[in-house]
Design a protein around this ligand. Structure first.
Ligand SMILES: Nc1ncnc2c1ncn2[C@@H]1O[C@H](COP(=O)(O)OP(=O)(O)OP(=O)(O)O)[C@@H](O)[C@H]1O
Ligand SMILES: [Mg+2]
Length: 367
């Protein structure tokens, strides 16, 4: 009879499995938990940094194959779980404690689909198993109440004056649209925008969240200033369209985040192409390659391309974003892939920033 497999052999095999995003092996990343070996059965808990990990199935399969190759192994049982890592010191942060990652969805230009993208990405992250919130930071033109079919709803205020966010398909949602009276034009001056957003950050009971998605108004105005200065942002994603020729606006947005050391996780190209529902033929309505070119010029990853899909705007107007209304549609699946890419980039950025705390490279001084 073959010798029973040892823990060391299993760990050595698992050390050859690399996380393709984080570029390190899963043992040194601390993903392998509660390893047990009993009568030839190897079982362990594979703890990822995000439930939306785009390569989880691939890594799990690789582990199975590698452990099975070891002598004396008859069965492999891997339990997948996730513990989302957060920005440094999030538990004790003055702003948004308990929120592990705050991700802003921004754009240089208006009308590129930020709010639609933000709502669908939040839903896609939530459907992967993450705890998600969405804060509509567009004080002048909030779109979330309509997009989630919650027009006229008001948040509950607790006895200790905390605002309880609304529940929208499992997402915690807050918008100025829930506080302002319907049909009243919302005209706020800069300092008021600042105050309202501060209240959203400090008075709303967000609780324990893996990702808080922020839907920003276009450009680089008051809301962006408040949010970047409040130092609560973990990452930013820029939405563009293929016909957006102005690199200047996108670059301005990028620099705004970079100036305050907020990592730009990447670029999403929205309304990229049209896929004919009858014949499946892909038509580039606008020039193609705009997003790719922009991502290259700005040196950020292109996280994905979302097609022009009439169902996207239909469902948006009907109060149920496409990811919730038609989760099996091609467009909803594309949102799922992009959500995974964002979660992966966020894990990478968090890992780099925590590595930066201990891995200081000193310049050698010339004598
Ligand atoms: N991929 C898509 N296919 C079809 N329609 C889309 C798509 N993405 C967004 N839209 C539609 O485009 C319009 C603008 O989208 P949205 O309001 O999300 O843009 P925005 O960037 O948030 O705008 P603003 O700058 O005013 O905040 C909406 O009617 C929306 O339904
Ligand atoms: Mg918007």
């Amino acid at each position: 009879m073959a010798h029973p497999v040892t823990e060391e052999q299993v760990l050595n095999a698992l050390k050859t499995v690399k996380d393709p995003d984080l570029h390190r092996d899963i043992v040194s990343l601390g993903f392998v938990k509660d390893l047990k070996i009993e009568n030839g059965t190897v079982c362990f808990n594979f703890e990822l940094t995000t439930p939306a990990c785009p390569v989880k199935d691939q890594m799990k399969q690789e582990c199975e194959v590698k452990i099975r190759q070891l002598p004396g192994v008859s069965k492999v049982e891997i339990k997948m779980s996730a513990q989302v890592k957060g920005r440094a010191g999030f538990e004790k942060a003055a702003v948004l404690p308990g929120v592990r990652n705050v991700i802003a969805i921004a754009s240089g230009k208006g009308g590129v689909g930020k709010s639609t993208v933000c709502a669908n990405l939040a839903l896609a992250l939530a459907s992967s198993g993450a705890k998600v919130g969405l804060l509509d930071c567009d004080i002048y033109g909030p779109s979330m109440p309509l997009m989630f079919g919650l027009v006229g709803q008001q948040p509950h205020v607790s006895a200790d004056q905390k605002i309880i966010p609304l529940d929208a398909h499992g997402i915690k949602l807050m918008s100025i649209g829930f506080l302002a009276r319907e049909n009243s034009p919302v005209i706020w001056r800069g300092p008021m925008v600042h105050q309202i957003l501060q209240q959203f950050l400090t008075r709303v009971e967000w609780g324990d969240l893996d990702y808080l998605m922020l839907d920003l108004p276009p450009g680089t105005g008051d809301a962006q200033l408040t949010l970047t200065q409040s130092a609560a942002l973990s990452g930013a994603v820029i939405v563009t369209t293929p016909q957006e020729v102005s690199l200047i606006d996108a670059r301005k947005g990028l620099q705004m985040f970079q100036k305050v050391n907020v990592p730009v996780l990447g670029l999403i190209e929205n309304m990229s192409y049209f896929s004919c529902p009858d014949c499946g033929k892909v038509v580039d309505i606008f020039r193609s390659g705009g997003g790719e070119k922009m991502a290259k010029e700005l040196s950020v990853p292109l996280l994905g391309q979302i097609p022009i899909d009439p169902v996207v705007s239909e469902t948006g107007d009907q109060g149920l974003p496409i990811v919730a209304a038609h989760p099996d549609s091609t467009t909803a699946k594309i949102y799922g892939i992009i959500a995974g890419a964002i979660a992966a980039q966020m894990s990478i950025a968090n890992m780099q920033s925590s590595a930066g705390d201990i891995d200081i490279k000193w310049e050698t001084s010339k004598s």
